[in-house]
Design a protein around this ligand. Structure first.
Ligand code: OGA
Ligand code: MN
Length: 198
């Protein structure tokens, strides 16, 4: 986790493979699949408040929000890990992060999310994005990579492609880094979350 903080310090974004253990990640994936089969997922929307809308041309994932204190022990275990990260981020960067909101996301075959920033227009409450991937058999060629432009504030120039492998965590400053999910050739699962300020 400290390596993650050092990299965040230097670049504003970081990835860590195997950040969440295989067995734990697999259990989260199984919960994600089961909830999907029970029909609990909803088409993801774009925007906030009265501007909230489902837009097929922007994103094609389905989401299920994780309710702190109401989820499974496995979900709570992930939230506990995230809480440790929150404290470390606050200690090191004085960010005043007070809260974490998160949802499971499923991208169907062909699913994508066009380039965007994670702060909604006119808001600054989402400060740090944290994503955990839940794809045990991901192979090069499966698509669904996270493309992250590494120069703060632009969606041109240098970028990195992050493979959505099970147990990998990526985090970045929500308001600074443009990113997109490239079309997935197979179903792709993850937990997306955001540390927030008041
Ligand atoms: C998001 C997002 C990226 C990913 O949920 O806002 O950009 O790799 N997710 O899942
Ligand atoms: Mn995003």
């Amino acid at each position: 986790m400290l390596a993650l903080l050092d990299t965040m310090d230097q670049f504003g974004w970081a990835t860590l493979e195997g950040a969440f253990g295989d067995a734990d990640s697999l259990r989260l994936r199984q919960e994600c699949e089961a909830a999907c089969q029970r029909g609990e997922f909803k088409r993801a929307s774009v925007g906030k408040g009265i501007n909230l809308e489902v837009r097929d041309e922007v994103r094609r994932d389905q989401v299920l929000w994780i309710e702190p204190g109401e989820g499974s022990t496995e979900q709570q275990h992930y939230l506990d890990k995230v809480e440790t990260l929150r404290l470390l981020l606050n200690q090191r960067f004085f960010l005043g992060l007070f809260d974490f909101e998160s949802h499971f996301a499923i991208y169907p075959e062909g699913g994508f999310y066009r380039p965007h920033l994670d702060q909604h227009t006119g808001t600054r409450d989402r400060i740090v994005t944290v994503i955990l991937y839940l794809n045990p058999n991901w192979q090069p060629g499966d698509g669904g990579e996270l493309k992250l432009w590494t120069n703060s504030g632009t969606k041109t120039g240098a970028f990195t492609l992050i493979e959505p492998r099970m147990g990998t965590v990526v985090c970045f400053m929500s308001g600074d880094f443009w990113h997109e999910v490239l079309p997935a050739k197979h179903i792709r699962m993850s937990v997306s979350g955001w540390f927030r300020q008041r």
